[in-house]
Design a protein around this ligand. Structure first.
Ligand code: B12
Ligand code: SF4
Length: 513
């Protein structure tokens, strides 16, 4: 009996930008007596069905975007006589789909780190339950990933998680409901240990795959102080201190290492934090800007973001303190008008963004937006190929609508075309070349150009294009660009990299260099 772990995808680029972390975490959670799991990441290449034998266990991780493909893989595996288990955010929200459409024998809801070994043992004994609840485990229980099983030459970035959960409550995001609003940080010791292992293997670019790398803001602490809540202040300060401890230790890692993370705009007010990020070589962060107007931000419950003139200043603060911003914007909000697109392009340029992504409003399951949208259908949603659009992920991609909530003043096609126009403008050759000034050498600037073009191909043209010929062409171009781009991320392994053990002031044993 072998364990297989499959990350499903319709589109394979041959090269992956970021490692799907769950694959290597679940590999670490797999009982050793069954040998190393067989790992297939379909963003690299499609699964070979003949690998699966009767009696094998096939674990499939799905989010909403790849759920349909995941269910195809599950049915195929079941037909070949395997035990099929689903996990991941989408399976946690809609376990019944995995049984009805994906050939599931079992579904794991929530975190898989701890419960996976029991699922495997039960399947082997023939006593498997249908649903397992992995819950929200504490930071100390998160397993370090089995990076020794990751192919060295296929990914640009490896991914390490330092904290789960986010205290905010944005209406388009499911994280605070699924992962919780209470941050669950990992001890910096284990994070550093994992990163050292990655550098030994030759990964020097690491994405800190956190929901929000800045889970405690200065305002949170001030508010708790004002309320005279000493316990809360202490709790928040402890999380903040651990963040700084982690960054101090990242700073001591080999100097060629580069980190990237996701963070809220509030970090722009905390220049001490930004300086620590720069020293830690966290060179870039995805910041959810979402909208350039106050009305837009209000509609997504993100009033803590800046709008108007303040916005460019706040985003520029990141850059002034050495942290590049990948700004993320949403189009199709109720307050958006035709002129919002040009205003967003202008802001993206004025705010000194190094990269940007422009996504069309999508109601993801588990979000406030989704609940509101589903309710607005009064139990009678329109159907495409017989499938209600409130289950749009089950509609084949070729006929799936691109937007779901009708906009008051713009048609879906208009929003899509204008969004495409913003991508075209932001990623025009001249614009990229101007932005590439952020790297000092000509070689570096050329690399920046390649990476910008690859990013655009992967995320814009394959994502929002309606024309399947254009999507196929974009995938081909992305495959072609990905090979030289990946080479830019290559590093010589450092098998000799030592982890020294020294005492910390707190008395805890810790790791440093
Ligand atoms: C890092 C990240 C990214 C990165 C890297 C993706 C990658 N290659 O890994 C980037 C920036 C590229 C990205 C892109 C996108 N992302 Co993203 N991303 C994340 C983030 C913050 C962390 C993912 C991660 O690595 N977690 C660490 C691992 C260990 O946790 P995990 O995946 O949840 O797995 C655990 C459990 O779920 C479970 N489990 C998972 N699979 C399985 C399988 C089995 C068999 C079992 C038993 C258990 C199990 O066990 C695991 C260990 O505990 C999550 C938020 C989150 N909290 O998950 C969003 C998240 C997954 N992303 C999301 C979205 C929407 C996107 C985009 C569509 C955004 C966009 N509009 O472009 C794109 C889609 C890209 C794509 N085509 O896949 C949503 C998904 C919502 C949904 N309902 O599907 C999330 C939840 C964030 C959110 N805002 O709601 N993302
Ligand atoms: S969008 Fe970002 S800030 Fe908002 S709840 Fe989700 S993870 Fe938190």
């Amino acid at each position: 009996m072998r364990i297989h772990l499959v990350n499903p995808s319709d589109t394979s680029f041959g090269i992956g930008v970021i490692t799907p972390r769950w694959l290597y975490v679940l590999a670490a959670a797999s009982p050793v007596e069954h040998g190393d799991p067989v790992i297939t990441d379909e963003t690299l290449e499609q699964i070979h069905p003949e690998l699966i034998q009767p009696g094998d266990i096939v674990g499939i991780g799905i989010h909403t975007g790849n759920a349909l493909r995941g269910m195809q893989v599950g049915r195929m595996a079941r037909e070949r006589g395997a035990w099929v288990v689903y996990g991941g955010i989408h399976a946690s929200l809609y376990p019944e789909e995995a049984f009805e459409l994906g050939g599931a024998h079992a579904v794991v809801k929530g975190d898989g780190d701890v419960v996976w070994a029991k699922v495997v043992a039960d399947l082997v004994k023939g006593t498997a339950q249908k649903i397992y609840d992995g819950g929200r485990i504490s930071g100390e229980q998160f397993l370090p990933a089995r990076w020794d099983l990751a192919p060295r030459n296929r990914y640009m970035w490896a991914s390490v998680q330092t904290v789960r959960g986010c205290p905010k409550h944005c209406s388009f995001c499911s994280v605070w409901r699924t992962d919780g609003q209470k941050p669950r940080p990992r001890e910096s010791d284990v994070v550093i240990e994992e990163i050292v292992q990655l550098r030994r293997l030759g990964f020097r670019f690491i994405a800190l795959a956190d929901d929000n790398f800045y889970p405690v803001t200065l305002t949170d602490i001030q508010l708790a102080q004002k309320q005279g809540n000493a316990h809360r202040v202490e709790e928040l300060q402890a999380i903040r201190s651990e963040r700084f401890a982690l960054m101090e230790r990242l700073a001591k890692l080999p100097p060629d290492m580069v980190f990237f993370t996701q963070i809220t705009m509030e970090a722009g007010e905390d220049t001490q934090f930004l300086d620590a990020m720069r020293k830690a070589r966290i060179k870039g962060a995805l910041v959810g800007v979402e909208s350039v107007t106050a009305e837009g931000l209000k509609s997504v419950f993100k009033e803590f973001n800046s709008a108007g003139a303040d916005l460019a200043t706040r985003l520029n603060t990141f850059k002034e303190h050495g942290v590049h911003v990948l700004g993320s914007f949403i189009f199709g909000l109720p307050s958006d008008r035709a002129d919002t697109f040009a205003a967003t392009t202008a802001l993206a340029k004025k705010a000194g963004l190094t990269f940007a992504q422009f996504v069309m409003m999508t109601p993801f399951p588990g979000t406030v937006d989704f609940d509101r949208w589903e309710k607005s259908m009064n139990g009678n949603p329109p159907r495409v190929d017989g499938i209600p659009i409130t289950r749009y992920w089950l509609i084949p991609a070729s006929v799936r609508p691109k937007m779901f909530s009708p906009h008051e003043t713009m048609s879906t096609e208009e929003i899509r075309e204008r969004t495409q126009g913003v991508w075209d403008s932001f990623y025009g050759m001249r614009e990229i070349w101007i932005r590439s000034k952020c790297v000092p050498t000509l070689r570096g600037r050329l690399a920046f150009l390649f990476i910008s073009k690859l990013y655009r191909q992967m995320y814009a043209n394959t994502g929002i294009s309606t024309d399947s010929a254009r999507r196929q062409k974009a995938t081909r171009v992305a495959r072609w660009l990905a090979v030289p781009c990946r080479k830019l991320f290559e590093a010589k392994p450092m098998p000799e990299l030592e982890v020294a053990v020294v005492p910390r002031p707190s008395g805890l044993t810790s790791i440093t260099y």
